[in-house]
Design a protein around this ligand. Structure first.
Ligand SMILES: [Fe+2]
Length: 393
């Protein structure tokens, strides 16, 4: 991590944050030579055309070079990148949009606030844990939605393998207001007082534990309010102590950028980047994004997800896709990675001792082994249940 400002005390203090050091960072200009795989740079943000780059993700060395470039952008350059056409075929997005609209309507009825999805001007709708809910409503759609090698590569680029996918739908209607500038999970979701209790090096580590992403479910012209972003702002080491200050927020409002997105584009950014949802000033764009919050295998995700249940729901569809070849191996692996737990710990080491002296088999490894061995759904479910019992305290 870059260390632009140091701290004498080992802690960051909001009052000591230097606005001129911050503006010096955001005054930078993206250097095209550091992003050789990008097709364009707009407002300092590298744009990758996935229709051109997608085949390269099937080559191990090329994939690794692209991931290293993306990690560099997220860590040391603009802190944000766009994958144009992350979805080659947007039909699955439309299918998911329809399901999410129904979930919003159902949840509104359940809370007694009426079932009209296209709610009054100025409101917005949110689906928490849209990951599990999509899988429960339509596992076959989930499988195709997350069988996305571009998204998988972006997650792996920042977090390494075995990341934990979570997702939330945000639907902002015309008239919807903007958010204030902020940083994201982990430290961005702590109060200023709590955040200040964590030593400086933990502020450096927090952004490495999650990746923020957004999948555009519709075209998002700037007037519809795509995310306001401040390139290079993730580089400000004391940013978790600074983002609530009025002077930093004023700089954000003055200097932020917005990029229009097209249905099927994906945006990824370092969670330490100063950002905010934009105001929807359009008359007719109901701006739907699936916000991906992806966690490192080594961190705690914000949402609980019933991954055993999701694996059971997905397995027959994954088996069918595997057997009839409708999804390639890397696509199938991407979908399974979004659903199944990829890490062996925590577990109960009395009941679930390490295999071969290392880690017990993960849900993901089990899922792939079951597919390869052609286990039927009952055998697979029995092993999953058994492993859940072994892992429990
Ligand atoms: Fe955010």
């Amino acid at each position: 991590m870059k260390h632009e400002i140091e701290t004498d005390t080992g802690y960051f203090d909001s009052a000591a944050c230097d606005l001129s050091a911050f503006t010096a960072l955001i005054d930078q200009t993206a250097n095209p030579s550091t992003v050789p795989n990008a097709d364009d740079i707009q407002k300092n943000v590298p744009i990758y055309d996935m229709s051109r780059l997608r085949p390269s993700l099937e080559n191990k060395e090329r994939r690794r070079a692209i991931m290293a470039e993306w990690a560099h952008v997220l860590l040391s350059d603009a802190g944000v990148l766009v994958l144009r056409g992350a979805y080659e075929d947007t039909v699955v997005l439309d299918e998911a949009t329809g399901i999410y609209e129904r979930i919003i309507a159902t949840e509104k009825l359940a809370t007694g606030s009426g079932g009209d999805h296209f709610a009054a001007s100025g409101s917005n709708d949110r689906i928490w844990n849209s990951l599990q809910k999509l899988c429960e409503e339509a596992p076959e759609v989930f499988l195709r939605y997350f069988a996305n090698t571009s998204i998988a590569a972006a997650c792996e680029a920042w977090l390494g393998p075995n990341y934990q996918m979570t997702a939330q739908i945000n639907l902002v209607h015309p008239g919807g207001v903007a958010q204030q500038a902020h940083r994201d999970y982990h430290l961005g979701f702590q109060t200023a007082e709590t955040s200040a209790e964590y030593p400086a090096h933990v502020h450096d580590l927090s952004p490495a534990l999650t990746l923020q992403g957004a999948v555009a479910h519709c075209d998002m012209p700037v007037e519809s309010g795509p995310t306001k972003l401040l390139p290079f702002s993730q580089l400000f080491r004391a940013g978790y102590a600074a983002w609530r200050r009025d002077d930093f927020r004023a700089v954000f409002e003055e200097r932020h950028i917005q990029l229009p997105l097209t249905k099927g584009d994906a945006l990824f950014f370092n969670p330490a980047l100063f950002h905010a949802a934009g105001a929807n000033r359009s008359s007719d764009v109901h701006r739907m994004a699936n916000l991906l919050q992806v966690s490192s295998a080594f961190g705690r995700a914000m949402e609980t997800v019933d991954r055993v249940k999701m694996c059971k729901l997905l397995y027959p569809h994954a088996m069918a896709a595997h057997q009839n070849g409708t999804l390639g191996v890397s696509n199938l692996k991407a979908a399974i990675a979004a659903a199944a737990e990829g890490y062996s710990f925590p577990t109960n080491l009395d009941r679930d001792p390490p295999k071969s002296g290392l880690a017990p088999e993960t849900q993901q490894a089990l899922f792939l082994r079951a597919l390869a061995a052609g286990l039927d759904v009952h055998e697979f479910e029995a092993i999953l249940d058994e492993s859940r019992v072994k892992q429990s305290a």
